[in-house]
Design a protein around this ligand. Structure first.
Ligand code: AN7
Length: 356
């Protein structure tokens, strides 16, 4: 018998080389990110009727979030330029990705995170991968300002999404959606924090459109959390709050990019409450078997809201990006679920609890 090796994936830089800035082969730092599934939603017809809903499950990237797409680019470029250290501010996922890719590249990583403000899984990743984790008494926006100040004068490469290579890498999410569907969806929903990802997806769709790979463009639908919705409100928020800590950001770095995606595509930047986020988070886990982190569920919560408002209709193709894995945030998962039943190790008693 012969082994047939089909479709072995080589990471987004090599797979999408023709559509990305050039990087020398020996600088490429990859954990084989990308190629995430586009999962068909089957059990939410009571909410969505006959539109086609798909989940771009970015939690299945190597460090469990979409940040890996941008980080492979940013770290490879930094390596090509001879950098020995990288730095970022983060609500968690960027720090996990930066730490992992720095380890792979043999670089030092410094990550600044809000003290007590990031999910347990993300913190444990940054620590395990050997980053220097600096917990600051302040929020993400304070951390980003410090990183900007440091990188201005010191030889440490910034890998926040202000680094253009991050956006370049992340746009490959849009490429993959087009490759999977054979066309672009009618609507693309994303959670919005720093607004790097919505900026990147819009860039990706436009690039495929210009290259005649697709003949339509989606409307870009960005959703912030109600307590951290500066773009919706039109001004920075000093003390952002939401249980979706990944998107607890008061002054997004890619604000302009989000507005551009919205206006050029005819989409919206809107917000959802923490209650709506948790409801969508639980729906995905309990009825579709897909576990994402709370911030990710802001995309589905947005789609539910737009369906209720009559914006989405039967026949539409709707993609929601689920940006991070549910395992990132065990605390919110535990708080959103019924407690396990404690029972004696006894068949009869267990059967009675099971309802037999
Ligand atoms: C799961 O890790 O900003 O709008 O520092 O982790 O591109 O910022 C994370 C953001 C959505 C928002 N979903 O994306 C960080 C960070 C998850 C995230 C977002 C983030 P952007």
């Amino acid at each position: 018998m012969q082994l047939t090796r089909k479709g072995l994936w080589s990471g987004i830089i090599r797979e999408f080389r023709d559509f990305l800035p050039e990087i020398s082969e020996n600088a490429i730092t990859t954990l084989l990110e990308g190629n995430t599934p586009l999962v068909e939603v089957e059990n939410l017809k009571d909410i969505f009727g006959d539109l086609r809903l798909l989940l771009k499950y970015e939690g299945l990237n190597p460090t469990g979030s979409f940040k890996d797409r941008g980080m492979t680019m940013a770290v490879s470029k930094a390596r090509e330029e001879g950098a020995e250290a990288i730095i970022c501010a983060s609500t968690g996922n960027t720090s996990a990705a930066a730490a992992a890719y720095a380890a792979k590249a043999g670089m030092k990583a410094y990550v600044l995170v809000p003290d007590g403000g990031i999910a347990l899984g993300k913190l444990s990743q940054a620590m395990m991968h050997g980053a220097m984790v600096l917990q600051i008494k302040g929020n993400f926006d304070d951390a980003l300002n410090i990183v900007k100040a440091i990188t201005k004068d010191y030889p440490v490469k910034m890998v926040n999404s202000i680094n253009p290579y991050r956006i370049e890498g992340q746009k490959t999410g849009a490429f993959e959606v087009c490759e999977h569907l054979g066309y672009a969806p009618t609507y693309h929903f994303l959670p919005v924090g720093n607004a790097g990802n919505i900026t990147a997806y819009w860039k990706g769709y436009n690039q495929y459109y210009r290259e005649d790979i697709i003949s339509n463009l989606p409307k870009m639908m960005g959703f912030q959390a109600e307590g951290a919705a500066p773009i919706v409100l039109g001004h920075p928020v000093d003390d952002p709050h939401t249980l979706a800590t990944a998107i607890k950001i008061g002054n997004p770095a890619s604000w302009e990019g989000a507005l551009k995606a919205k206006s050029e595509s005819g989409g919206v930047i809107d917000m959802v409450s923490d209650e709506e986020i948790i409801e969508a988070y639980k729906l995905l886990a309990s009825r579709e078997g897909v576990f994402c982190e709370p911030a990710s569920a802001a995309s589905l919560a947005g789609a539910i809201k737009m369906k209720k408002e009559g914006v989405l209709i039967d026949g539409d193709t709707v993609v929601c990006t689920l940006t991070g894995h549910g395992l990132k945030d065990p605390d919110n998962a535990m708080n959103s679920s019924p407690k396990p039943v404690k029972v004696p190790a006894d068949v009869k008693k267990i059967l009675s609890v099971m309802g037999f």
